[in-house]
Write a protein that binds this ligand. Structure first.
Ligand code: GUN
Length: 281
């Protein structure tokens, strides 16, 4: 079997078109332009690229965006003061602090400083708590994007065995909750799980977000499974996922490529959350 390639880029562009119409409607009906503020501290090249991509997506969708590019030596107090100002800015509906931050600035302090109503990343403890109890709130963009990809692929998650490799607060844990809310049976594996393949081979839906290049190989995939690769790793001069693409593609039913799979959906969901924040304002 050769797996169908799940085209996240095409799905994200389609989603952006739908969101652009929503943004136009908001402007017509409520004279409201959704606004996103992005805070970038330092000059990490990957973060700079991600932020530029977010800025470009805002333009395509019709979201006002401002990027605060601050030097690496900026103090935590200065970043917190900026977040405080953005919390009270009526033109800004969503605030995103690009991670990772320089070592002298606490991720936790910055995330907690964002008003939950503007937490379009879905990282604030209030957002995480709402997701846990199944209440309305912002869902982190990558897990949300994975769910939309599965929906648009027509995967019925009810009763399926979903296995997640990785337990981060940003991907592993929230994607587990989302899949659970769709009535999947969920297993979470991580770096200390012995015999990882024993678990992954049982997955109808396999989500890999462990941050290690090409760690999951084709022999660890159940024939016909849907494989979602969240990893982005530089290997020599190319970008690869956490899944060894060629060997997994030979076994799976469908698989996301890297790049062009989950990544574009993450940005699409940020646009969606920003429009949602504007609606709730
Ligand atoms: N760094 C890498 N991915 C993300 C993300 O989704 N949000 C933020 N804020 N920082 C990131």
């Amino acid at each position: 079997m050769t797996a169908q390639i799940i085209d996240g880029k095409a799905t994200a562009r389609l989603l952006e078109k739908e969101l652009a119409l929503e943004a136009q409607e908001l402007q017509k009906e409520r004279a409201l332009v959704p606004g996103l503020a992005v805070v970038l501290v330092g000059d990490d090249p990957a973060s700079r690229t991600y932020v530029n991509n977010k800025e470009r997506a805002c333009k395509r969708v019709g979201i006002y965006s401002e990027v605060h590019r601050l030097p690496g030596e900026t103090s935590q107090e200065e970043v917190l003061a900026l977040i405080h100002r953005l919390n009270h800015d009526p033109a800004i509906h969503g605030i995103l602090v690009q991670l990772p931050l320089p070592k002298h600035i606490s991720d936790k302090a910055c995330i907690q400083a964002i008003k939950p109503e503007k937490d379009v990343d879905g990282f604030h403890p209030i957002s995480a708590g709402n997701l846990l109890i199944g209440d309305k709130g912002f869902v982190p963009c990558t897990p949300h994007g994975i769910l939309v990809l599965l929906d648009r692929l027509g995967v019925d998650l009810k009763g399926k065995h979903a296995v997640i490799v990785g337990r981060s607060n940003i991907v592993g844990k929230p994607v587990a909750l989302l899949l659970l809310s769709r009535h999947a049976t969920v297993t979470i594996c991580h770096s200390r799980t012995p015999d990882l393949g024993l678990h992954t081979r049982q997955a109808d839906v396999l989500v890999v977000a462990i941050g290690r290049a090409e760690m999951v190989t084709g022999d660890m995939v159940k024939p016909g499974a849907v494989v979602i690769d969240v990893g982005v790793n530089q290997l020599g001069d190319k970008l690869v996922g956490d899944v060894h693409f060629a060997s997994a593609q030979a076994v799976a039913g469908a698989i996301t490529p890297v790049p062009g799979g989950v990544g574009p959906m993450t940005i699409g969901m940020l646009m969606k959350n920003t429009i949602q924040a504007a609606r709730w304002a």
